[in-house]
Design a protein around this ligand. Structure first.
Ligand code: WT7
Length: 644
């Protein structure tokens, strides 16, 4: 752990301000949050700040608002109508710039089209799109009419897409013919055609023409966006929705089974994102804000769409790969649009670090004022490289810890209030209103400098409403491990100054290049290959991606290990889930190490994957047949040595 502290003077607020604000938020949360909520436009005021029937929270109950109204309409009533809302750059180099008034017009036209095709309040609309401006426009159009969007990351493939559509019984799917990625075209519509064979709820597929590739259109189900949009400007009144009307559902991986549909509210979510974007990013009128995440993840929802647009900020959105056509594409974009706030992932930073500082040095990065990191723990070396070579030792780095479930940032420096001294690798302190803690296995507060479980001790407005259609799973996944506390699934330590250091997942969830994926999903995909009967996944430390996937499989009778089989298995997993499911290593084995109750001993497999000693097995898993496991372990090491 690094104890290097870099103090930054806050830009324009007095010292102690963060401490005082935090204390007030904890001592009188209802007053604090209603003060925050009043900064947004409400059609009707709330009756109650919080209805808390653990573990279900309803924030600003009875209040009515509309997220599209907050992100778009209220800006076009001011001088911001002519301000840039979105600077968009396509991978091939095409540029589109949308002012708030253009965005307003498009959101209205898209909303009118959704209605015309039969989408109404409460209906679920799946969005499977590349990073094109139509994606945020469609999200806002759904929000405008009270429809609930569920964005599926365009890097996911057939089964992952079908499962998500079916879970929410989406009525409409919006996609594109294809999208650009590293100079190639991803054939999205072809994936959709395959997935939809399994999705009876879909009535219409709206297709955005982006890549101009031939696609098959199944009329009358499939329609082109440009043929459906009315040419004239239309006005669709924003539908006032109750604060706890779902704004969206976003799937994320859990410890077991299929991904969970995380449901976010409208009121609590918008209030929480509005204030955290001010606290953490110090977003101001002249900010040009670029978050490099894909809108398919929660970071894109909160940090590209709802957070910055609620502030009327100018955002940058880039369609393609960071290293295309050359490794300085991102630095070129920062220079070109004068980005002042730049938010990215440790994986990206490590990748750029590997290519050296000569690439950022080619560009003028003097517009940058603040840098951010999210998605996985950042190692101090990467932090320092980012600080030095991108921020040029001028810009504070906000290392922001949060999750799909939290809706917004939770533990982070807050230079918009007062920047605390930064420590590379620490997300620093909880934001106002957030009572975070580190507890031991029994749920008691862990002493300083001791690893424990990161928990949140009280509800906050950005907190998920639940898991779509599964209140029991919501209760058991988040509120049963430590009664009365929200279980995050992360390990953390607090240092003697109360700073939080996040150490990674404590559960069977992996973080591959910052992307969250469950071992259960990967194993399901592997065993759906005809030659595989059993599979176990563990991760291995990776110098760039943080973690990479190591897969152990047992073959069906008659199948034989071969390089061809390995390739066919890897291709299969990429086709079922997507490229993020690509195993780095695959081992064929006759047996998997298990406890007597049949649970796979991942610790043994991890030791094999990382080539570390396994230690005393009898103390590790008292239920296991130790000799048996030792034998399997030896066989696995041999298989690894002579791996096909
Ligand atoms: C998990 C949540 C929140 C946006 C993107 C990820 C890890 C997230 C940090 C950070 C260390 C982090 C945690 C968390 N994580 N931010 N700053 N430092 N770890 O959302 O896909 O729901 O993943 O990402 O393990 O639990 P997500």
């Amino acid at each position: 752990m690094s104890d290097l502290a870099l103090p930054f003077e806050s830009r324009y607020v007095p010292r102690k301000r963060l401490h005082d604000l935090y204390r007030r938020s904890i001592e009188s949360p209802e007053g604090f949050w209603s003060e925050q909520a009043r900064q947004l436009d409400w059609f009707k005021a709330w009756d109650k700040v919080l209805e808390w029937e653990p573990p279900f929270a309803r924030w600003f109950a009875g209040g009515e608002l509309n997220a599209a109204h907050i992100c778009v309409d209220r800006h076009v009533k001011t001088w911001r109508r002519s301000k840039v809302a979105i600077y968009w750059e396509g991978e091939p180099g095409d540029v589109r710039v949308m002012s708030y008034s253009t965005l307003y017009g498009e959101v209205n036209r898209f909303a009118a089209m959704l209605k015309k095709l039969g989408v109404g309040k409460g209906d679920r609309v799946a969005l499977y799109l590349p990073m094109v401006p139509e994606l945020p426009v469609f999200m806002l159009a759904c929000a405008r009419i009270g429809a609930i969007h569920t964005v599926v990351f365009s890097g996911f493939s057939v089964q992952a897409l079908a499962d998500r559509i079916n879970n929410v019984k989406a009525k409409m799917l919006i996609t594109a013919d294809g999208g650009f990625r590293r100079g190639k075209v991803l054939p999205l519509k072809a994936t959709v055609d395959e997935a939809l064979d399994q999705c009876p709820s879909i009535e219409h597929v709206v297709v955005v023409k982006r890549a101009d590739i031939p696609v098959s259109m199944d009329a009358p189900r499939d329609v082109w966006l440009h043929e459906q949009l009315e040419a004239e400007m239309t006005f669709v009144p924003p539908e006032p929705v109750e604060s706890n009307h779902p704004l969206y559902i976003l799937f994320t991986s859990g410890t077991t089974g299929k991904p969970k549909g995380i449901v976010h509210s409208t009121g609590g979510y918008m209030v929480y994102n509005y204030c955290t974007y001010k606290w953490v990013f110090d977003i101001r009128e002249e900010s040009v804000y670029w978050c490099t995440a894909d809108v398919g993840w929660v970071t894109g929802h909160s940090s590209i769409v709802y957070g910055p647009l609620a502030h009327g900020a100018a955002i940058v959105m880039y369609e393609g790969a960071p290293d295309y056509p050359s490794i300085d594409r991102w630095w070129h974009i920062i220079d070109r649009y004068g980005v002042s706030i730049f938010y990215t992932s440790p994986t990206a930073i490590r990748m750029f670090m590997g290519h050296g500082e000569k690439w950022p040095e080619k560009h003028d990065l003097s517009s940058l004022e603040l840098l951010g990191s999210v998605g996985e723990p950042i190692n101090p070396e990467a932090w320092l490289w980012f600080y030095k070579h991108i921020g040029q030792e001028r810009c504070p780095i906000v290392d922001t810890w949060w999750q799909t479930e939290t809706g917004g940032m939770m533990i982070s420096p807050a230079p918009g209030i007062e920047c605390v001294p930064l420590k590379p690798g620490s997300a620093t302190l909880p934001l106002p209103g957030i009572e975070a803690d580190v507890v031991d296995e029994a749920g008691n507060p862990a002493p300083p400098e001791t690893r424990g479980h990161l928990v949140i001790r009280r509800p906050w407005p950005g907190m998920l409403l639940g898991i779509y259609g599964d209140p029991e799973r919501y209760r058991s996944a988040y509120w049963s491990r430590f009664p009365g506390m929200f279980y995050t699934g992360d390990y953390a330590v607090k240092d003697r100054e109360g700073y939080f250091w996040i150490l990674g997942r404590a559960d069977e969830v992996l973080k591959i290049a910052g992307h969250r994926i469950g071992t259960a999903e990967l194993e399901d995909a592997a065993v759906s290959h005809p030659d595989i009967t059993e599979a176990a996944v563990v991760s291995k430390a990776d110098p760039v991606k943080g973690e990479s996937i190591v897969l152990f499989v047992r073959l069906t009778e008659g199948a034989n290990p071969s390089p061809e089989l390995k390739k066919s298995l890897v291709d299969h997993m990429r086709r079922v889930i997507g490229p993020i499911a690509t195993p780095e290593e695959v081992y064929f084995t006759a047996k998997l190490p298990k406890t007597r109750s049949g649970k796979i001993m991942r610790r043994v497999l991890k030791a094999v994957a990382e080539n570390t000693p396994i230690g005393d097995l009898s103390t590790l898993e008292d239920e296991a047949a130790v000799e048996e496991v030792v034998k399997i372990l030896q066989e696995l090491r041999q298989a690894q040595a002579g791996a096909v």
